[in-house]
Design a protein around this ligand. Sequence first.
Ligand SMILES: Cc1ncc(COP(=O)(O)O)c(C=O)c1O
Length: 407
Amino acid sequence: MRTDLTNQPATTHRMSCTAPSVKSRQPFTTTPIIPTTFREVRIFDTIASLGDTHGMRPAIANINTENLRHNYRLLSSRAKPAKIMAVVKANAYGHGLAPISSALFDEGCRHFSVTDASEGMELRKLLPEAESIVLFSGIFDSDDAEFARKQTLTPTITSKHQLELLQSAGFSGSVWIKINTGMQRLGAENPAQLMDRCRANGIKIAGIMSHLACADTPEHPLNRVQAEEFSTLCQQLGPKLPASLLNSAGLVALPDEMHDFVRPGLALYGAEPVVTEPLGVRPVMQLTGQVMHVRKIAAGVSLSYGASFTAPGDMKIAVVSLGYGDGLPRAVSNCGQAYAKGMLLPIVGRVCMDYCLIDCSTNHLEPGDTIEFWGEGLAVPTVSDLTGTIPYELFTGVGKRVFRRVI
Ligand SMILES: Cc1ncc(COP(=O)(O)O)c(C=O)c1O
């Protein structure tokens, strides 16, 4: 059944619905192509006329680095004197590692975290002068240990096995020690012993970190339990060592627990970690498609795969160049919205791999118009709530074939 949201004002109100390696695609070479044969001339002409999307269809994530900088400054001033360790794993949460990390570095950020050695090496190439590149998942094998040594990466470790791998690689840098305070995920069983062994092997301790399980629910009692456990353990293990507990939501839930480093990811990208207590961050990603065709539909005609939507009256439908193959969740079929020209418009019929259909019966849309699926007009937490997921999953689900246009 159609949710008639046509002509509703552009608010980010909650909707309800019953309800899925992100790297920006490399542009064509920037090296000038010197055509020599007829065939190459044709290729050269084509490339030259492709525009900034390089021949990719208009499924575009606009990446607003000004908003990113605003968010970084906002979080820095909130965290002060604690420093920011910017979480840029998973291709900067799908936003593109290169533009995000360089804008953050430019803004003064010197500490970054990724998940593994592969991401760490990629970041080290981009930011040779970053003071630390922390690997949240640590190291898995001797290659990782070697990469950590060569690229001056800072693994987070939890086990003797990881320490031995580092030792064998001749690693003499620093490691963070991760401790479990309630998440029951990663954490050293005997952190004191692990730290002693590190030091005995010439490996320095960068600090002690733990991760919150329920920070996005500030009133959850586990937050305070974890904070207290963390403070106690830090006192026992090394009161002078740098400590880090908070992620984005932690900045809202436990503002008195900043310690030495805070580790925001989500909030840097402009999604409020606790929607009811906004920090004032601004969206960095605007996910868009383009109207390809506007079609008149007569009452009683059904739309898209499965014919799951039938026009209740005569309608106008815009076919838009964004589908689940780009990261638009299929769960928005028949219940989500898109934002165009200051209005929220219903998504009708099933979302396809490359397209979706929106009801523009009462709005003038024409081919070439840009349609936003999340961004300034439609906040990403609204879309994730609707589809029973979280902004992280929506961001990291934006596919390789979506062009990241840095603005
Ligand atoms: C250990 C750790 N710290 C910090 C973060 C950043 O979390 P958020 O994006 O919620 O700020 C993550 C993200 O998953 C994480 O795993």
